[in-house]
Design a protein around this ligand. Structure first.
Ligand SMILES: CC(C)(COP(=O)(O)OP(=O)(O)OC[C@H]1O[C@@H](n2cnc3c(N)ncnc32)[C@H](O)[C@@H]1OP(=O)(O)O)[C@@H](O)C(=O)NCCC(=O)NCCS
Length: 218
C-alpha cells in the first residue's frame, strides 16, 4: 500500500513505521506510558519482526517526525492477531486518528485472513476502552495485576472480523466468551512489559493468570 492511500486528519497522516523510527518511538513511549513503557530493545524486536505491521503518525508536511504509532502482530497462517500497542502524542489526540489507526490495523488483519483480533487495556483507561467498544470489541476477561508496578488489571478484548469468518459462524461464532477469563493474544504470554510474544502467537487459550507483567499496551 502506498503511503498516499492513508487518510489525512487535522494535518496528520500515517505511514508504515520501520527501524529508522526506533529512537522517536522509544522516546514517545516513555513520555506516554511512563511505568508501562516498553524498552528500546523490545521496540527494536517489534519493528524488526516480519510478523508485525506498524504504522507511524506523522505531520503531513514532515513525515520524518513521529507523533504516534500503532501495531499489529499476526503470525503466518494464524486466525488470531493482536493489537500490540497504540499511542498518540497529546496534540494528536481527539481528531479521529486513534480510530483511523485501529481501522488500518483491522484492514491489515483482514488482508492476512485473521478471524479475531485481541488486545489488552488497563481497567483505568476509559478513553481507550470507549474507542475499542465503539469499534465492536467486547470484554472477554480480566488479567489481575497485569500492569506492574502499578498493580492495575487488564481487560482482555476481542473483535471478530466478520468477513474472514465462515458463513456458519457469522451470526453466532466469534462472539464474546463472557465467562472466559482467558483468551486474548500473545499479550498473555508476555512478561515484564514485553509486547506479545511471537512464539505463542495470538492464541485464545491463554492462561490469564500468567504472571503479572508490566503489560502490553493497549
Ligand atoms: C487511546 C488513544 C489512542 C485514542 O486516540 P484518539 O485520537 O484520542 O481518539 P479518537 O479521536 O480517534 O476518538 C476515538 C474515540 O475515542 C474515544 N474518545 C476520544 N476522546 C475521548 C475523551 N476525551 N474521553 C473519552 N473518550 C474519548 C471516543 O469513543 C472516540 O470516539 P468518537 O469520537 O466517535 O466519540 C489516545 O487517546 C492515546 O494515545 N492515549 C494514550 C495512550 C493510550 O492510552 N493508548 C491505549 C493503550 S490501551
Amino acid at each position: 500500500m502506498s503511503d498516499l492511500e492513508f487518510p489525512v486528519l487535522g494535518g496528520w497522516t500515517m505511514r508504515r513505521a520501520g527501524m529508522a523510527d526506533l529512537e522517536q518511538i522509544a522516546q514517545l513511549e516513555r513520555q506516554i506510558f511512563v511505568n508501562d513503557a516498553w524498552s528500546p530493545e523490545l521496540w527494536r524486536q517489534e519493528l524488526a519482526s516480519p510478523h508485525t505491521w506498524y504504522l507511524a503518525v506523522v505531520p503531513v508536511d514532515d513525515p520524518v517526525v513521529v507523533r504516534g504509532y500503532a501495531g499489529l502482530l499476526a503470525l503466518p497462517g494464524s486466525k488470531d492477531a493482536d493489537v500490540q500497542t497504540i499511542a498518540l502524542a497529546p496534540d494528536v489526540r481527539g481528531v479521529g486518528m486513534g480510530r483511523e489507526l485501529m481501522n488500518q490495523l483491522h484492514a491489515e488483519a483482514q488482508r492476512r485472513g485473521v478471524r479475531d483480533v485481541f488486545l489488552d487495556v488497563r481497567v483505568d483507561n476509559d478513553r481507550a476502552q470507549q474507542l475499542y467498544h465503539s469499534l465492536g470489541y467486547t470484554d472477554i476477561g480480566i488479567r489481575k495485576g497485569y500492569y506492574q508496578p502499578d498493580d492495575v488489571d487488564a481487560i482482555v478484548m476481542q473483535l471478530p472480523l466478520a468477513s474472514n469468518r465462515p458463513a456458519a459462524e457469522s451470526t453466532s461464532g466469534g462472539g464474546p466468551a463472557a465467562e472466559s477469563t482467558s483468551g486474548g493474544g500473545p499479550a498473555a504470554e508476555s512478561a515484564g512489559g514485553e509486547p506479545a510474544a511471537e512464539s505463542a502467537g495470538g492464541g485464545t487459550a491463554v492462561d490469564s493468570t500468567a504472571q503479572p507483567a508490566n503489560g502490553d499496551q493497549p
